[in-house]
Design a protein around this ligand. Structure first.
Ligand code: NAG
Ligand code: NAG
Ligand code: NAG
Ligand code: NAG
Ligand code: NAG
Ligand code: NAG
Ligand code: NAG
Ligand code: NAG
Ligand code: NAG
Ligand code: NAG
Length: 875
């Protein structure tokens, strides 16, 4: 009894307190902010409608934060929603900031956002970093109070509406990183504008002259568009300009010297244009200037560097690379520039030899990075190293005609990046190089080094601290003997490239020490023997040991290489069964077993992530079940394992220090892919002993570019499902025992530039279609009885003496053909472009092989003609 009374005395005050608390919190509006919502219901509804109109993209790269619009809900005050700012008095929404909102959707003429009557007092509209697409409606001009408009980093397309130019209160306009096309509209009325950025679109036309009236402009970026024509000669009206960027266009003409009279100018970046003529900075008499960045590299300037450059005493970043000086350069003119951090003077085509010692003895006290590549550099020190020596971090001396390893680098204890590739340095790589404590990146490739000097003077720092080296590229030298085990001491290595040397012996087991970091290992084109090491490479992304003399099996421990993307063991003597167990590697994209002694059946395996598989020139045998390719997802549809954040087009490391390569038979020619496009797909099972039918499931590999099944014992019909391989460029099924007809569906494959059906038992009507008419006659040779108009056309060269046949197209049919020809040519656009891309990155591997092949084919086509004609008669 007592006890319960006691508990009531506790409960009552507690409840009372809660009620009071509840009352206070309920009525907080009364005490704090006004009772009625600040937000106008009409504006709230408009915003909710807007929210409904766009999807939230999932996953979204800024996924760490919940998307802003998630906080938007009816029954709460819109002025407190994330991204919304209201006028504190009127309650009107004045700022809408949806940046990085993960929003996705297509804008159209009546997108609710642009119904201006909904949000008439908007001063700031920020839609940047979303996934919006479509056109900007011209009604945007009715947001007449806007001072800030940021539509950057979306997928907006079409023209920039001219009505944007009516927003005369704008101070900040950012349209960068979209897909806007056409010319820039008239912006001459926006005289409050301080920031204008149209970077990274597809804008065309000449420099928009009305911009010269925008005297408040301080930040102007036109970079990465397709602007042409000259820069205006009188730019000094932009009297408040600080940052002028127009790099990556096609501007021509001279560099306007009027730019340099603008007193506020801080940064000029005009690299990668076609500016020409002689450099002239105008009349900069006194050494005073706010200019800190001057990048005019990769243009077509000719002639001397004006001495007046030495007046830009505040320059921190100077890039004059590819300035065609065509004569001597006095390098002392740079020695006044005491604020320099980055100096790029590469490829100046100068007759002057640069004295590295003099540069390093200078008083450029802040210098951090120097690039002298492509000039003649003298790096020898006849005199003892000067007592004063500038310490730099990055030194690029590629292609400088250097013949001895520069001894003066020995004292460069701060150096992190050293590129000394493409020189003529002989002998040993000095041992002291490894003792430089901060070295991260070393490129020694394309010299004639013969060995690594033993690092005798390994200081205590080398032993006790983690060695810093991460990238060691030593390819294309004359290294002989074993791979030095001292490499194993470089425990931070990420990339090791010793390809194209004369190394022999086996791959050292001590490389197991590198297992925690090593990601790219390239030992291609050496004379290495023995087996592949078993104990190593836990974080490997790419292993290339092609073109060696390795024996034995693929170590089963490779099953733990969970990050492996590329495995290339081509041209060795590996003798193993098919490694179907590799299908458990979730990242594997490229598997090349070409030219080894692999044998036996290729068991059912689903390589979900593989895009390139080359099993050619082995001893694989057996049949392939018809569903063999059912789960090969990456070849069936792109995008499955693409990394959207990666802008890099080729396989390799993200710093572009390393690119994967491989040999591939494409379009009947064996070639070396020096880089592998990430979207490239190929399947090569040629020159094995596969038998039975070609699996029908091959038709699922819709993204396949190259298919080679030649020189096997495949029988039966060519599956008509191959007609689904709409990306196919090269198809080779020659030298099998295929029978029946060539499926008519193949006639629709518009990218199929090369095909080879020869040496089979095929018969029947050859498909029509442009691509079939473009083949060489020999592609169909040595079959049982192919016939048809396409064949007559491709084999026309054989009865070449009747040219009139060609000149007199008569029937409607011919006209139709012409039409389909044109249509196909249009359809072919991307295919051609792709072919060109590949062509650009291909190095013809064995041209003489190509010639022989070509001549052999010519013979065959002669032989085949009569059978074709004969078989045509019964029709
Ligand atoms: C929000 O709520 C109000 C009243 O509760 C209603 O009139 C309005 O239609 C709602 N708006 C939306 C977009 O649901
Ligand atoms: C514009 O909006 C109206 C009503 O909201 C709709 O019926 C119409 O289809 C829209 N027009 C376009 C082009 O989307
Ligand atoms: C701008 O608003 C006016 C009236 O407020 C309207 O007549 C005009 O069509 C609007 N402009 C555009 C491009 O929608
Ligand atoms: C926009 O500018 C054009 C002329 O450049 C003018 O005809 C039009 O009325 C302007 N629109 C507004 C809303 O000011
Ligand atoms: C600059 O403005 C003046 C008047 O303020 C005008 O006469 C001139 O045409 C404008 N120039 C350009 C290129 O728009
Ligand atoms: C380099 O300069 C020489 C004159 O010194 C000139 O003949 C040559 O064409 C220039 N090279 C290039 C690539 O412009
Ligand atoms: C060299 O590196 C050390 C430490 O890494 C740093 O304190 C020093 O400022 C650097 N010297 C120069 C000239 O960059
Ligand atoms: C190797 O360097 C030389 C200059 O020493 C250059 O001419 C050659 O093109 C380079 N070879 C490769 C493959 O880069
Ligand atoms: C490469 O090394 C071998 C053996 O050490 C030598 O005979 C050959 O001349 C070297 N080649 C070059 C280009 O230095
Ligand atoms: C592969 O190894 C087996 C023995 O394991 C041997 O019989 C066969 O001849 C080898 N094949 C080749 C091509 O060396």
């Amino acid at each position: 009894m007592k006890g319960s009374w006691n508990s009531t005395t506790i409960i009552i005050p507690f409840t009372l307190f809660s009620l009071i608390f509840l009352f206070i919190s309920k009525c907080q509006d009364v005490f704090g902010v006004p009772t009625e919502h600040l937000c106008h219901p009409g504006q709230r509804d408009a915003l909710l409608e807007l929210k409904k109109e766009f999807e939230i993209k999932k996953p979204c790269s800024d996924g760490a934060l919940p998307p802003k619009t998630e906080s938007w809900a009816n029954h709460s005050d819109c002025c407190y929603w994330e991204g919304i700012t209201c006028n504190p008095k009127s309650g009107e929404v004045i700022e809408l900031d949806l940046s990085r909102g993960c929003l996705q959707g297509r804008f159209h003429s009546n997108t609710s956002l642009f119904r201006v009557q909904n949000l008439p007092f908007l001063t700031t509209l920020d839609l940047s970093y979303n996934y919006f697409s479509g056109h900007i409606p011209s009604s945007i001009e009715n947001f007449s109070h806007l001072t800030t408009l940021d539509l950057s980093k979306n997928y907006f397309s079409g023209g920039i509406p001219s009505s944007v130019g009516n927003l005369s209160h704008l101070t900040f306009l950012d349209l960068s990183g979209n897909e806007f096309v056409g010319e820039m509209p008239y912006f001459g009325n926006m005289n409050q504008l301080t920031n204008l950025n149209v970077d990274s679109n597809e804008l065309t036309g000449t420099f928009p002259l009305p911009l010269l009236n925008l005297t408040m402009l301080s930040d102007l970026s036109l970079s990465r568009n397709q602007f042409t024509g000259t820069l205006p000669s009188k730019m000094s009206s932009l009297s408040n300009l600080e940052y002028f960027e127009a790099w990556g266009n096609a501007f021509t003409g001279t560099l306007p010297s009027s730019l340099f009279t603008i007193p506020s100018l801080t940064s000029i970046d005009l690299r990668n244009n076609q500016l020409n003529g002689v450099l002239d900075f105008g009349n900069i008499s006194s050494p005073s200037s706010t200019l800190t960045v001057l990048d005019i590299s990769n243009n077509n300037f000719i002639g001397p560097i004006p001495r007046s450059i030495s007046n830009f005493i505040n320059l921190q970043d100077l890039d004059l690379s590819y300035l065609n000086t065509q004569g001597p350069v006095d390098f002392s003119i740079f020695m006044n520039l005491k604020s320099l951090l980055l100096l790029n003077l590469s490829h100046l085509n100068t007759t002057t030899t640069i004295d590295l010692n003099a540069l390093l003895s200078s008083h450029l006290n802040s210098i951090y990075s120097v690039d002298l590549s492509g000039n003649h550099v003298s790096a020898t020190t006849k005199t003892p190293v000067a007592d004063h020596h500038q310490l730099i971090s990055q030194l690029y001396l590629s292609g400088c005609g250097i013949t001895e390893f520069p001894e003066l680098l020995r004292s460069q204890v701060n150096i992190t990046n050293l590129d000394i590739s493409n020189n003529k340095i002989k002998g040993q790589v000095p041992g002291w190089l490894w003792t430089l404590p901060n070295l991260i990146f070393v490129d020694l490739s394309n010299n004639t080094f013969s060995g690594f000097e033993r690092p005798t003077e390994l200081g205590p720092s080398f032993i006790t601290t983690k060695p810093s080296m991460q990238y060691l590229v030593a390819s294309k030298n004359n290294f002989t003997g074993n791979i030095p085990s001292s490499i194993c001491a470089l425990r931070s290595l990420i990339t090791l490239d010793l390809s194209d040397n004369n190394l022999n012996g086996s791959i050292p087991h001590c490389m197991g020490n590198l297992k925690s970091t090593l990601s790219f290992l390239n030992l291609r084109h050496n004379r290495l023997g023995g087996g592949l090491p078993k104990n190593i490479f836990k974080s490997l992304r790419s292993l290339d040991v092609g073109h060696n003399q390795l024996v034995g099996k693929l170590p089963r421990s490779f099953i733990h290489l969970s990050t492996l993307e590329v495995l290339n063991v081509e041209n060795n003597r590996l003798n193993d069964t098919f490694p179907s167990w590799l299908s458990s590697l979730k990242k594997l994209q490229v598997l090349v077993l070409r030219s080894n002694a692999f044998h036996g059946p290729i068991h059912h395996a689903s390589f979900r992530t593989l895009r390139i598989i080359d099993l050619s020139r082995n001893h694989f045998s057996g049949t392939l079940p018809s569903n063999y390719f059912v789960n090969w997802n990456a070849m069936s549809s792109l995008g499955g394992n693409e990394d959207p954040s990666s802008k890099e087009n080729y396989l390799g490391d993200s710093f572009r220090y390393y690119h994967d390569s491989m040999v591939l038979t494409n379009k009947g020619v064996e070639m070396e892919l020096v880089r592998i496009l990430k979207i490239y797909t190929a399947l090569d099972f040629s020159e094995n002993k596969f038998e039975g039918e070609i699996p029908r499931s091959i038709g699922l590999l819709k993204e396949l570019h190259v298919l080679n099944l030649s020189s096997n014992d495949f029988t039966g019909h060519i599956p008509s499902s191959m007609g689904n391989l709409r990306e196919l460029e090269s198809l080779d099924v020659s030298q099998n025992k295929l029978s029946g007809e060539i499926p008519q569906e193949l006639g629709n494959l518009s990218y199929l530039a090369y095909m080879n059906f020869s040496f089979n038992q095929l018969g029947g009507l050859l498909p029509g279609g442009t691509q079939f008419r473009r083949q060489k006659c020999s592609s169909f040779g040595d079959n049982l009885g192919l016939y048809g108009p396409s064949l007559d056309e491709v084999c026309v060269d054989i009865h070449a003496s009747t040219p009139q046949e060609h000149e007199q197209p008569e029937s409607e049919e011919e006209e139709k053909e012409m039409f389909s020809w044109i249509a196909a040519a249009i359809g072919l656009g991307p295919g051609i472009a792709f072919g060109l891309t590949i062509g650009y990155i291909l190095v013809c591997y064995k041209p003489e092989w190509f010639m022989n092949h070509f001549q052999r084919n010519k013979h065959r086509s002669r032989r085949r003609r009569s059978t074709t004609k004969l078989k045509k008669e019964p029709n």
